[in-house]
Design a protein around this ligand. Structure first.
Ligand code: NI
Length: 206
């Protein structure tokens, strides 16, 4: 039952996310030569203050000058997060030398359990370039909001309060060197497609 609810939840998020993204793309890649942003244009990304998996304080400017591949999730996630992180890892392996231009960021939506130590242990299973980020609940709330990412604890009455899942948006965002949105991927995107898209964007901008 719980599994079904999660899958349905994810589907709803993907569908809702799709509509949102189509709307957003229209704004972002609006009229050529247009300057100034319209008031209702959706902005993706923005400043953040977090702590990396080594325990160092970081901000969005720590990654300026590099592309970032941003994924939100949590280490206790049974399926979507490990699958997406495996896809991201495989895609990074396909980038060749360009991998140096990309900093993959895994931002937890479960800061209460995902300490830097936990993130560090978890991330050994994936590409060594992936940086785990955690923070205070307020810092996570703020960065999730900046990316339009939804997350919520899924806890039934009578459940062990320490043993819960977190429903969350499962999109991966590809941001350029200035922290501006470049592309996004759904959790069903294959590694090859993800790598091809990143290569294309990187080659247009080298
Ligand atoms: Ni997950």
């Amino acid at each position: 039952m719980r599994q079904t609810r999660i899958i349905v939840g994810i589907l709803v998020l993907v569908i809702a996310g799709g509509g949102f993204w189509i709307a957003m793309k229209g704004g972002h890649f609006g009229p050529i030569g247009g300057s100034g942003k319209s008031a209702n244009q959706v902005q993706i990304g923005g400043p953040f203050e977090l702590t990396d998996h080594l325990g160092n304080p970081v901000t969005d400017s720590s990654y300026q000058g590099r592309y970032t591949l941003v994924f939100f999730g949590f280490t206790f996630c049974p399926d979507v997060c490990p699958t997406t992180l495996s896809t991201i890892s495989a895609a990074l392996d396909m980038l060749g030398d360009d991998v140096k231009r990309v900093r993959p960021l895994f931002i937890t939506v479960d800061p209460e359990r995902d300490t830097p130590e936990y993130l560090r242990e978890y991330l050994v299973h994936f590409h060594p370039g992936i940086v785990g980020l955690t923070g205070t609940p307020e810092q996570i709330k703020s960065v999730a909001k900046a990316y339009g990412v939804y997350y919520a604890k899924s806890l039934q009455e009578g459940d062990d309060p320490e043993d819960y899942l977190v429903d969350h948006t499962s999109l991966t965002f590809f941001m350029d060197e200035d922290g501006e949105y470049a592309a996004h991927f759904s959790h069903s995107t294959q590694a090859k497609a993800m790598a091809d898209k990143m290569k294309k964007i990187l080659s247009e901008d080298s």
